[in-house]
Ligand binder design. Structure first.
Ligand SMILES: C[S@@+](CC[C@H](N)C(=O)[O-])C[C@H]1O[C@@H](n2cnc3c(N)ncnc32)[C@H](O)[C@@H]1O
Length: 335
């Protein structure tokens, strides 16, 4: 928790940007902030409430469209032979991986076997993923095997994944809204380790915003980025007129994220979204080549996703997407 003098300075900054951004849903975060309510500052993925918020969010337009874009990119990817191996970083409830497995028989009939390596640091989410994957093995026509690695992605080393590859080859590393949970140096480390796994393809979907450690805690710019980003995200996610209970989950989801960035320092700060442009630089430095975006990637994306191109509060950021999709492959290798 921050000191009182830092809090009142940040509150003044927040009031300035919140008035402009209509970010009233963030006001309770600042109440906790003023009263120094430690109890309200529970770790983001630690609580049952957040799991409920995330489950709702993963069915929302934003996550459904990120998942759809991944399906579309896979469609343009040279198909694997008999076996498909995927590492999912931050597998969460296994919602997306389940969708990929259901997609395979419709597009890659030659694939008979799938091996999933799910990386998930939080026990209660890993338990949900395990139940989901177990059910999946029973209902799919494919031969599905899986392992769950209960670890933070940035703590993985080369061997941690290589020894889990039963077929000796890695087709896909997928990271959906998960590898922004680490500081800049940890991101660099993870991407270099990931390069050593030599995946045929790396896919990343995430928020295009700058909440990284390059911005000082509680700088006006950080506060403005957070306020602007989550206000737009919440407006988009609620654009399908959800019922009251679902809307409350969406607010909770955005609120926890924003609160973590604004209120927490040290170990408890776990949200460090980085812009798509900076992720590209990190990937290039780590030895990946970017695949140029193709029109097909956006096939069947909900038309209201055009609202993703939101005006940002910070003029220099201009009009840009809230969410991005990147596809990369190890440089020097062919997909
Ligand atoms: C917003 S959820 C997305 C889950 C899943 N990828 C999906 O799209 O359905 C973020 C996930 O990243 C996980 N996560 C958080 N910190 C992580 C870290 N340091 N390394 C790997 N995963 C992490 C969370 O526990 C959670 O499962």
């Amino acid at each position: 928790m921050l000191h009182l003098d830092q809090r009142s300075e940040a509150l003044t900054a927040f009031r300035r940007v919140a008035a402009k951004a209509d970010a009233h849903f963030l006001a309770p975060a600042f109440c906790d902030f003023l009263t120094g309510d430690e109890q309200a500052a529970t770790a983001m993925y630690g609580g049952r409430a957040f799991t409920q918020y995330f489950r709702a969010a993963s069915e929302s337009i934003v996550f459904r469209n990120m998942y759809q874009a991944v399906d579309n990119i896979l469609r343009t990817f040279p198909p694997p032979d008999d076996t498909f191996t995927v590492v999912d970083l931050g597998i969460g409830t296994a919602r997306q991986v389940q969708r990929i497995v259901e997609w395979i028989p419709h597009h890659w009939p030659q694939v008979r076997r799938v091996h999933i390596i799910g990386v998930e640091p939080y026990d209660h989410l890993a338990t949900i993923a395990q139940t989901q994957l177990e059910t999946l093995t029973q209902v799919t026509t494919l031969h599905v095997t899986y392992t769950l690695v209960r670890e933070y992605a940035q703590k993985l080393d080369t061997a941690a994944i290589v020894r889990q590859l039963p077929f000796g080859r890695l087709d896909l590393v997928n990271a959906c809204a998960s590898i922004h949970h680490m500081r800049q140096g940890e991101k660099w480390h993870l991407l270099r380790v990931m390069r050593s796994w030599a995946p045929r393809l790396f896919l990343m979907s995430d928020a295009d915003s700058d909440h990284e450690s390059t911005l000082p805690d509680l700088s006006l710019e950080l506060i403005a980025n957070v306020t602007s980003f989550y206000t737009h995200l919440l407006a988009l996610i609620c654009s399908n007129n959800p019922d009251d209970e679902t809307a409350a989950c969406y607010r909770g989801f955005c609120f926890y994220d924003a609160r973590n960035i604004l209120m927490e320092t040290g170990e408890r700060r776990i949200e460090f979204h980085t812009t798509a442009d900076r992720w590209k630089d990190y990937l290039l430095e780590a030895g990946f080549a970017m695949l140029p975006p193709q029109a097909e990637w956006l096939a069947d994306i909900d038309p209201s996703m055009s609202q993703l191109h939101a005006d940002r509060l910070i003029p220099a950021q201009g009009k840009r997407s809230l969410i991005f999709q990147l596809a990369a492959t190890p440089s020097g290798g062919s997909v």
